[in-house]
Structures are given as C-alpha cells and as structure tokens.
Design a protein around this ligand. Structure first.
Ligand code: TRP
Ligand code: ZN
Length: 494
C-alpha cells in the first residue's frame, strides 16, 4: 500500500510555485502588473471603437461575492455564449467575437461584462452599434433603449488579445496560455474574463457554441461535442457545442496537434478524449480506465450527470489538473510513467468533480468546499477501491494534519488550500459516520441529481442533509464545518 505521496492541494501548490518561479512567464507577469493598476477615469470612445483601460479591482461592479467582489454583473443572466475565435500559434494573436444571449434580471440602461485587459473593437446590442467603455475589470455597454427585467438581448463584442493571463488573488497566473504549437486556458476562479468578455461567476451558468479557427493541420477543442469541422482557406474551423449549463471557470479550450479519440462509457455514454497525436499510444491506458471509474462513482453518486465525458492531456506544466466540464484537463507530463497512485488520484478526483462542481456548482466562491472536499472524498473512495489506501485512514490522517480554520469560510488566498480539500473531506467523513452509509450516499446522490445544472450554497447542502437525516443537523455542522477547530477524533460510526 502506498502512502499518500501527493495530495491535490499539494498539486495546486506546485502549480503556484511554477507560475511564480523567477523567469517563468515573466513577460506575462509584467502585463498582469500593468493591467492590475488602478484605472484612469474611463474614457468613452466614438462608435464603433472602444478604448481599453487597465484593470482596477476597486472599479468593478460585481454581484456581491465576498471573496471576488468585482466578479459577475448585476442584472444579467447569460443564457448562451457563441465564442468565435481565430488563433495562430506563430503570431500568438487571438481575434474574435463573442455573442451573448442575455436576459435582464432587473431594469437597466447599461450592462457590464467582466473583461480584463481586452481591447474591444466593436460592440452591438440587438444589432445596433453602441459606444462601450473598457473600465478596468468591466466592459460597460450602454443599452440603446432602457431595458426591463425579463427582456432578452443579443450582445456581440469583437475583440482581440495577445497575452491574456492575470495573477489571480488565489496566488497564481490563470487565463490563456500559449504553447509552442498551440494553447490552452485555465480559468478557475477568475481567469475567463482575461480572454473572454463574460459573466464570470459560477452562479450564472449557460450553454455554449465554440467556433475556433486555427492554421490548417491543427486541431481546436472545446467542451461538449464536435458538431462541425471544415477547411476555410488556410484555416481549419472546429465547432464544439456544450448543451449542459456550464460556469465560465469550467471552459476548456485547447489548440494544437491533438487527436480526438472517441469511445463509449457505461450505458452508452459518449467518451470524447483528446491527446497530442504523438502521445496516443502512451495515453490510451488512461482513457481505458475511465469507464470503470464512471461505473464506480455512478453507483454512489447517481447517473453520470452530463452528456459526455473524456480526458484531455495537454502539454502544460506538470501538476495541472482541472475539472473542465465534460472533459477533465491534465498535464501529459504527469502521465508518462504509467497508471500509479498519482494518476489514479488525479483521474478520479477530476471525474468526481463532474457531479460535484460541474453539474452542481458553487453559488459563491466561499462554497468551494462543495467542490473540492467532495472530489477529495470521492478520490479516497476510488483509491480504496483500487487497492491503494483506505478512505478511513486518509480521513484520520487528514484530521490529524488539518490546520485551524473553517472549511466553509476560506480566504481568496486559501481558496485551494488544505481545508478546502482534505480538511473538508474530514467533514464528509464525520457526516458519514454520524448519519450512516445509507443516508450519507442518499444525500450525495440527491445533492447531485436534484441540483444538476444549478449553483448552490453550503446552506442548501445543510438543508438537504437535514431532510435526508430527518433530524436537525445544526450542531453537527457547527462542530465539524463552521468551527475553527473540529474535534480531535471522529464520531463512533453507525
Ligand atoms: N479545481 C482544481 C482541482 O481541484 C484546482 C484548481 C484551481 C486549478 N484553480 C486552478 C487547476 C487553476 C488549474 C488551474 O482539481
Ligand atoms: Zn478539485
């Protein structure tokens, strides 16, 4: 039995170290510094051009997320995004348009989108050009006529960029990354707005169509299913459709010398995986283990909640693992030595997020334990099933090593810290011992099934726990979840 050589929070720590290492991506760090400076007074420009001013966090209009006050946009519900981008890895230039079908949720004469460091060249509302203003982390878009709650509008923004990363408050760079022969995006929690004008908050999920043009010979990949692929002049245009509601932080967008590998999972579930062409033989074993993992988890968590699944093996730095919706993203570098503990951990963790994080998403970033602690607990279950370690032992180890602090109240800096992962999985283990296996797994199943497609808070989880347990659970959550320091030993199991 191998003892935990790696935990995902540690993986994230590696990622932090990578992203901030001297000399690594320093050019982009400079850009980040520039765009993070306080913005001068926003300057309207004449239609159809907008100005791009540096981002200033203090200027953002958010929706009241305590950890990320400038994320999200008041009065706005995005229903669908049409993301049309053209990218050439030799020039590292991206140009395109995003079309948003939006519904107003309050009376407005202006809406904002989250957009950092992006230069918009033309903005239309219902086909009419408007004078939009790039105002720090917001793109301010006046409406041609004042709108009322319930109105539906089509917004189109043409824009472009060359380097699009931001230093997130969580401590590392996220956004659009160029690779020697392609690119990938990493968005969680607030990086999508650095390459896509959007409503960058997980409380607003939408469907997406991605139409990505790359030089002939390259492949472009995004969430969902490939619905069109054609050659236009010297470019190949790839269209991917995501019909399951998705948060912006879960977008997958890859370009490069990729091959799409189709397969079938349990109950006919389409498996759509993506590997670099040269890696195909090496990566097949990880594609092959996926159906057994899905089968294992759906026995506990309910049917796989999305239209398809797959894995994507990109040429990013090692230590990367992200639950991009419907197709998890990994770094090829972490998968060159066969299927061991680390690979089982990463593969199972990101798969479990499809139920916890992707199908049901956090309504606020402070609710992140609903993602990470659940995926960690699921990973412990799989590692036990695969013969690597016992979930109860993982839980005991995590309880002993847990730093003080509530898993339900992380700071932005600690969003992906120990207590969001193993520290919160301790809470789930204590809950399992308190209410018993039958109720515990009924609760996990109902949480995923009843909230699929939505965004929920910790309070919602507590409500469902009380319903399933048939008893008030306030004392349990006060003791295990909200306390700075939980008890030093688990309850005696039922
Ligand atoms: N959600 C990822 C995981 O657990 C961790 C993560 C957070 C991340 N932000 C990221 C990974 C940004 C890559 C990039 O599994
Ligand atoms: Zn995770």
């Amino acid at each position: 039995m191998i003892r935990r050589p790696l935990m995902l929070a540690a993986t994230v720590a590696t990622l932090v170290a990578c992203a901030t290492a001297p000399g690594v991506r320093s050019e982009r760090a400079d850009q980040v510094t520039t765009t993070s400076q306080p913005s001068p007074t926003p300057s309207p420009t004449t239609s159809p051009t907008t100005s791009s001013s540096p981002a200033g966090d203090e200027l953002g209009d958010g929706i009241g997320d305590a950890l990320f006050p400038d994320l999200g946009n008041p009065g706005l519900d995005v229903v669908h995004y049409d993301v049309e981008l053209s990218y050439d890895p030799t020039t590292e230039r991206v140009d395109g348009t995003v079309g948003l079908d939006v519904t107003l949720t309050s009376a407005r004469d202006e809406i904002t989108l989250d957009a950092v460091g992006l230069t918009a060249s033309n903005v239309t509302v219902g086909g009419e050009s408007v004078v939009a203003v790039a105002d720090g982390p917001e793109l301010r878009i006046p409406l041609p006529q004042p709108g009322s709650a319930g109105d539906s509008l089509r917004i189109e923004v043409s824009y472009g960029f060359e380097n699009a990363q931001i230093l997130s408050p969580i401590g590392f760079s996220i956004g659009w990354f160029n690779t020697p022969g392609g690119s990938y995006v990493l968005n969680e929690p607030d990086g999508a707005r650095s390459w896509l004008p959007c409503n960058d908050h997980p409380s607003d999920k939408a469907t997406y169509t991605f139409t990505i043009a790359v030089p002939a010979g390259l492949t472009a990949v995004a969430n969902g299913t490939l619905t069109d692929h054609r050659t236009v002049g010297d470019q190949e245009v790839w269209t991917w459709q995501q019909d399951d509601p998705m948060a912006t932080y879960l977008i997958q967008l890859l370009t490069g010398d990729y091959e799409v590998v189709d397969g079938t999972g349990p109950d006919g579930l389409p498996l759509i995986s993506v590997v670099l062409r040269a890696d195909k033989a090496t990566m097949q074993q990880f594609i092959d283990v996926t159906p057994a993992m899905i089968d294992f988890f759906d026995g506990f968590f309910g049917p796989y909640p999305l239209d398809s699944y797959g894995i994507a093996m990109t040429d990013s730095f090692g230590g990367l693992a992200m639950e991009t919706q419907g197709r998890s993203l990994f770094s090829r570098d972490d998968f060159l030595g066969g299927l061991g503990y680390t690979q089982q951990l990463l593969l199972s963790h990101e798969l479990a997020h499809q139920w916890y994080g992707d199908a049901v998403s956090p309504a606020r970033w402070v609710d992140i334990w609903l993602n990470e602690s659940f995926a960690t607990y699921a990973q412990w279950m799989w590692l036990e099933h695969a013969g690597f370690s016992l979930a109860g032992e993982e839980a005991t180890f995590a309880l002993e090593n847990r730093p003080p602090g509530s898993s339900a109240d992380p700071s932005a800096q600690d969003l992906f810290g120990y207590n969001s992962y193993d520290g919160g999985a301790v809470v789930l283990h204590a809950l399992r011992l308190t209410i018993g296996d039958d109720k515990f797994f009924e609760l996990l199943r109902r949480w995923a099934t009843e909230n699929s497609g939505g965004s929920r808070t910790t309070a919602d989880f507590i409500d469902l726990t009380q319903t399933v347990a048939g008893a008030p659970m306030g004392d349990f959550f006060d003791t295990w979840l909200f306390a700075e320091q939980p008890p030093s030993e688990f309850p005696i199991g039922q």
